[in-house]
Structure formats: structure tokens, C-alpha cells
Design a protein. Sequence first.
Lengths: 113, 119
Amino acid sequence: DIVMTQSPDSLAVSLGERATINCKSSQSVLYSSNNNNYLAWYQQKPGQPPKLLIYWASTRKSGVPDRFSGSGSGTDFTLTISSLQAEDVAVYYCQQYYSTPLTFGGGTKVEIK
Amino acid sequence: QVQLQESGPGLVKPSETLSLTCTVSGDSINNYYWTWIRQPPGKGLEWIGYIYYSGFTNYNPSLKSRVTISIDTSKNQFSLKLSSVTAADTAVYYCARGISRTDNWFDPWGQGTLVTVSS
């Protein structure tokens, strides 16, 4: 199984400041034949299901604000919220879809400082 | 747009079988990879498995001996059965759509249903 490890477990950021969440996979999720990273990011607000933000490590889903961006390749990935808004308070999860069983990171809780 | 809705008992006794159904509206179930994911209270997400409309399935090995996912294309529904449940199976169970066998991110998700295993 590919183990996904997120850091930090939680972070508090001031409104308008940058939030950075890291995700590390136990093996590469980069498929060499197409140069795609098989990694997605989700946002989960309290009492709600997760919502897809980003797939292919850096492709933003239509309608997702451009303050959310994904980067990285191979085993190390980052989700950045460039200017934190109050509505961004949530838990964020990464997920690999390189191989089954599909696996998620443990989540990072983002709060307002 | 496509919407998913889980339904089923919210309380299951230990050793019995958990049964849930996901109803898909706004799109045909005759495509995509229809998925079950669970989340124990206050914890992270665990992929249970998926089914394609053809009936092809893929299960998490950690649950494979107890899981069955089936599909009813005539009703635009797919279902989850988890046998021999224990308290460790208490979780919010989500159904979700996976895009394809390789492009397997999940969008959208159902609202989720809490299943408690208790006598």
C-alpha cells in the first residue's frame, strides 16, 4: 500500500496570509509514461463531505478559487492557499490514485490565527 | 449536476451485516467508477472499494473478505454490504464517483450517512 503522510497535523494562519500543507507518499505516484502525478487534494468542512479541489497534483477543479494551488512531483507535494479566507477553515486531505488500495493522508486542519 | 445520496440503517448490531445504498441522480450510472469511502468519527478517510457499471469491482484488501459492492443500473443505484461488523466499523459512510479506472479521484461525494455498530 502507498502510505500518504501529511504535515503539519494542524496550522493556524492569519487572514490574508499563506497556508502551506505538505503531503508525502511512501513511493512515487508519478507515472513515467505520461508524466502525470496521480495525486488529488480535498477540502472537508465540519459536517460536510470532502470536496475535490485539485487533481493531477496541480490541476484545479473548475470553480475552485485560484488562491488554491497544488505543486510537487514524485513523492513530495504541497497544497498552498495563497491568501487565507475565513471560509477556508477546514481539514485538507491528499489522496493517491496511482495504485489500489487508493489511500488518503491523515488530514491537515487549517484554522484562523 | 450529478448528485449522490446514501441510505440505510443508522444502527447495526455487532456480527451483523451493514447494508447501504447510494442513489445517483442527474447522470447515468452507466459510466464511471462508483465508490464507497468511510470515515470513523474524528478520523481520516478509508477507501472501501469501487464498482464499474459492468460489475467489475476492486476492494481494499483490508476489508475484502467482508465487503460486497453491487450495482443496479435499472435503478441508478449501487450498494455496499459489510459483513460481521464490529464497533471498529462505526463510521460515516460516503458514496462517491470516481472518474475512471486510472483517473480515480472522487467527485462528487454524497452527504454521508453515520452507521453505528452497537448492541
